[in-house]
Design a binder for this molecule. Structure first.
Ligand SMILES: Cc1ncc(C[n+]2csc(CCOP(=O)(O)OP(=O)(O)O)c2C)c(N)n1
Ligand SMILES: [Mg+2]
Length: 326
């Protein structure tokens, strides 16, 4: 089991330089989401958005284990999944703004981003859809490059038929599939406990699929679990399952203020903000705080430049701009 504590100890991070890169990526995701939200409130973002703030450790931790030949299926909460894979943040922002320079030419918007060059086979608006897409990809990869397919999905997808059918299929055929359930405690405005029977992990275990429940706020816990899971899948042993316990720091989508949350819950989770935890851990491992401050400032500058470039980028056409505005 990985160490989970608010009091950092040294020797926890296996590669400090690698974690500095992860730290930068997590800052980028958080800042990107803050930027998208502010642009959304100004009416600049077309369609809807679902932000990844608070869940950054999951996508960055898993992505740190992936190779060129691997493939990923994300959800509609997928900006973080995309950025963790290395999708160009400017192109992703331009996509939100429905510009021609967007990663999908401004036609996909926030929920449907894909970038095959970055291994992202799609972002799926249908709850559980990512599981089916990744299972298909795993079947193809098993027959070709030997890569692993990863599906991200929420706790809400655990009650979807997709999950049971795909996991059974993948286990029978020993497909190289990694299923990552991001249990952020809610499906829209519903606490997952009130609609989900039993332990989530047990649903994989019943099919004899190795399954772990981990601290999804600790990126090193995610990375350690993902290393085991990826090794299992890559080794021809079939699928592996991770339940990452996490929390979204914002509403479900758009301007949801999250009023259904019990008082103090958000604040409690924020004390275990994955970015704050990693920063404390990096400092405990001897990284100079000033170096981390510089990283933060560099990311903030990068985002400000992106905002200006994005807002100045051309729309696909006048007609398309009107069609996409909701
Ligand atoms: C098949 C299907 N049913 C219902 C919806 C409506 N819907 C959109 S998001 C959502 C909640 C899903 O919650 P979860 O899987 O926990 O993901 P999270 O939003 O928390 O990341 C629902 C029910 C949908 N998109 N697809
Ligand atoms: Mg959820």
């Amino acid at each position: 089991m990985s160490r989970v504590s608010d009091e950092p100890a040294t020797g926890v991070l296996d590669d400090v330089e690698l974690y500095l890169g992860i730290y930068r990526r997590m800052l980028l995701i958080r800042g990107f989401e803050d930027l998208v939200q502010s642009l959304f409130l100004k009416g600049e973002v077309y369609g809807t958005t679902h932000l990844y703030s608070g869940q950054e450790a999951v996508a960055t931790g898993v992505a740190s284990l992936l190779e060129e030949r691997d493939r990923v299926a994300a959800t509609y909460r997928g900006h973080g999944h995309a950025l963790a894979l290395g999708v160009d943040p400017q192109k992703l922002l331009d996509e939100m703004l429905a510009r021609e320079t967007g990663i999908n030419g401004g036609r996909a918007g926030s929920m449907n981003v894909n970038s095959l060059a970055d291994r992202l086979i799609g972002s799926f608006g249908i709850v559980g859809g990512s599981i089916a897409a990744a299972t298909g990809a795993a079947l193809a990869l098993q027959r070709t490059t030997g890569g692993v397919a990863v599906a991200y999905f929420g706790d809400g997808a655990m009650n979807q038929g997709y999950f049971f059918e795909c996991l059974n299929f993948a286990q029978v055929l020993k497909l190289p599939l990694l299923l990552v359930c991001e249990n952020n405690q809610y499906g829209e405005y519903t606490p997952f406990r009130s609609v989900t029977a039993g332990e989530i992990r047990a649903r994989a275990e019943v099919m004899e699929v190795p399954a772990e429940t981990i601290d999804g706020m600790s990126v090193w816990a995610v990375r350690e679990a993902a290393a085991r899971a990826v090794a299992h899948a890559r080794g021809g042993n079939g699928p592996a399952f991770i339940e990452a316990l996490t929390y979204r720091f914002v509403g479900h989508s758009r301007s949801d203020p999250g009023a259904y949350r019990p008082e103090g819950e958000l604040e409690r989770w924020k004390q275990r903000d994955p970015i704050v935890l990693l920063r404390a851990q990096l400092e405990a491992e001897g990284v100079d705080g000033a170096r981390l401050d510089e990283l933060e400032q560099a990311v903030a500058r990068e985002l400000e430049e992106m905002r200006e470039r994005g807002l100045a980028a051309p729309f696909p056409s006048e007609l398309a701009a009107r069609e996409f505005k909701d």
